[in-house]
Write a protein that binds this ligand. Structure first.
Ligand code: SF4
Length: 125
């Protein structure tokens, strides 16, 4: 029985992996495996516990769909938004190379940096 479950696990993982970045809707995978919802849910749960797949709710055509995505063997992709970093004045400052503590141009006396920090501390509270 365990080897059968294991082979269904392999098959499920293969199908999820083949779906790539688009993922596969959970109900489509269950249909493709030809298992009962309960059996397929157990296999999906095992794959999630083994960190081989992740489950996400995705909006498509205004509907929320539960989709499954394979996690690369190389590791997990982490996405970082740089939008807040770009707002920091130092990011585009022409004096960046001359600026430093103890220098004539310094973060401790910079009006642009002070303005940025104050505006962000006000919005945080
Ligand atoms: S602290 Fe002011 S002067 Fe220094 S790099 Fe940032 S924005 Fe430029």
């Amino acid at each position: 029985m365990e080897s059968t479950t294991s082979s269904y696990e392999d098959l499920a993982y293969q199908k999820i992996k083949e779906a790539g970045d688009n993922g596969i809707p959970q109900k489509d995978l269950i249909k493709e495996l030809g298992l009962s919802t309960k059996e397929a849910s157990l296999i999906i749960k095992k794959l999630i516990e083994k960190k081989k797949i992740i489950k996400r709710s995705v909006k498509e055509n205004g509907k929320s769909i539960i989709k499954l995505f394979a996690i690369d063997d190389d590791g997990i992709d982490i996405y970082v938004s740089l939008s807040s970093i770009i707002e920091i004045p130092c990011y585009t400052c022409k004096n960046l190379k001359k600026c430093g503590n103890g220098s004539y141009i310094s973060p401790s006396t910079c009006p642009q940096l002070s303005k940025y920090l104050l505006s962000n501390s006000n919005s945080a509270s």
